[in-house]
Design a protein around this ligand. Sequence first.
Ligand SMILES: C[S@@+](CC[C@H](N)C(=O)[O-])C[C@H]1O[C@@H](n2cnc3c(N)ncnc32)[C@H](O)[C@@H]1O
Length: 483
Amino acid sequence: MEGDKAHQGPSATRSSVKKIDDNSVATMSEDVGKMTIQQAQQSQDQSIIREQIAQAVGSESAALLELRHSIDKGYGLFAATDIKRGTCIFKEAPLVLITHGASESAETVFYVSQQVSKLCPNQRRAYRMLHKAIESTKSPVSRIMYDKFAGISSRVDINNAGQRKIDDFATFKTNAFQVRLNKGIGTAVFLAHSRLNHSCSPNGHQSCNEREGLQMLHATRDIIAGEEITVTYTSLVRTWSQRAAELRRWGFACTCNSCQGAGASASKLRRERMFDIDQAIAFDNCPDPMMRATSRPKYTLPTPIAGKLAWVEELAKLCGEEGLVVDQLNAYRECPKRYVELGKLDEALAFAGQVLQLHRVCYGNNYIPNSGAGLWISKLKYLIEKQQKATALAQGQLLYQERLTTDEAAHWVGKKAWAADKKVKKRAKRAIKAAAEKAGLTTEEAETLLAGIDTEKLTVVAEKLKGEGDIEKVKSIIAELSS
Ligand SMILES: C[S@@+](CC[C@H](N)C(=O)[O-])C[C@H]1O[C@@H](n2cnc3c(N)ncnc32)[C@H](O)[C@@H]1O
């Protein structure tokens, strides 16, 4: 094959040059010249883009990245080394930021152009090198403005300036996304983030660190060197056709594994089910009665909490099967509160732990926004401790009660035995006194003798004296047994 190529290439060119006329030769050499100029331009552009990205993300992060062409996708960012799940691949400040709301209006076109004009020349050049999706250049406002500027054809400079504004706006539309700022919401374009291509099964997650004012990218899976780093441009808990419709905005049809790979049909079914459950959860969480009345989803969650939980856990499982870490995290977020409703605090705590762990993968270790994962955990720990204390108290009270009952029972048994013993001894005393008097002792003598007998021996003495009439014998029995 190699030989064939080498043979056909140069000799074929040479023989065709002989047959064609001078004009054609000139055109061909111009083409070759253009190719080299184009290639030189492309390589110069790449160096500028790389340099600007390195400046935007810092040298440490830049070492993890490689900018190259991705088949049918334009530029893309690739892993230059193995990257571990949870790594913050890079974070970056906005290049262009609009805080006025980014509606499709002439006003937004103006703000964008104003921001771009404020950039230093290299940054402006890098901004203008960003991709412009054809769809973005066809927006209604661009068309209106284009017609307006095209009308003033005699004033070329104004026309060019107008075209530049439209182009800058198209770049903005292709690459900007919403960011959370300390004082509200903005729309921003970033140099490095703009080079990330989409996948419906991405290995990266973009999030905004409000505190630092930086847009971060975390690896949601282990990424191997040479692998493309991808993010999502759309919600992934959506059906294939819903995603495809949204991605048309950027002018491409996704060819990732979930859309066209070997497992695409299984993935499609899973995403449909995920969409249905997600809608049912959103409906269940919606407090607005108007909304609830007007937008009922295909399915609603079952009423018993245990049934709801089964659905939520099914969604989390499906997200896991699809490798969608952020969506799995969102599904897990639903679990702790529902387990609390069920009174199962230990399960709630286990899920809150999962939430925190996945949160760290997607958002990093030291940035826990208001998602409440940490808050949930401390609240649940407090509740569990309280519950454990209450259980221990209840158990203590139960034991105490049992003990009281046992003691009381023992007390009654003892009291009864004591009374019975007293009766026996009384009877024995009466028998001894009667036997003594019968033998001829006076009442005082009989009582004195009785007082000398050990109470424990009264029954024995009484038994021995039974039928005894001799005074001396009575006295000796008593004396013998009393000692
Ligand atoms: C924000 S840019 C991404 C970087 C861009 N590839 C570049 O060269 O700068 C968005 C554009 O990238 C291309 N793109 C992104 N993801 C793609 C994908 N999965 N398949 C094909 N093209 C894609 C589309 O042209 C889209 O309009």
